[in-house]
Ligand binder design. Sequence first.
Ligand SMILES: [Zn+2]
Length: 130
Amino acid sequence: MNDAQREELREHLLQRKRELLAQGDFKPGPNRNDPVGQADEDEQPLNEMNQVILSRRNRVRAQELAGIEATLRRMEVEPEEYGRCLDCDEWIPVGRLRLMPWAQRCVACEHEHSGPPEDGRRRHALDFID
Ligand SMILES: [Zn+2]
């Protein structure tokens, strides 16, 4: 990892952070206040489902933002350590960092760390970049 590469990745992180912040929170639409007795009974479960989806999206975004901020802080404190795997001390390939500049572990350690996929969900394709 040379300075130019690190600077490029830092820009990428800052850009992504700006995007996430610009999006703000995903707000669920206003609740409909139908007069009692006229409420559409099919509507309620749908609203609840939308809110679950929205809060999950917010959570994923908050996690990504936290990862980006932690990475930017580490870059500030120990720039020469940026890109080193937290677990095995090997350098994370730059190709992986280009796609996920906030990655803290190499692919092998990431799998070790996060364990098998929960509830059979498919892993994100980026998990396999090496
Ligand atoms: Zn590793």
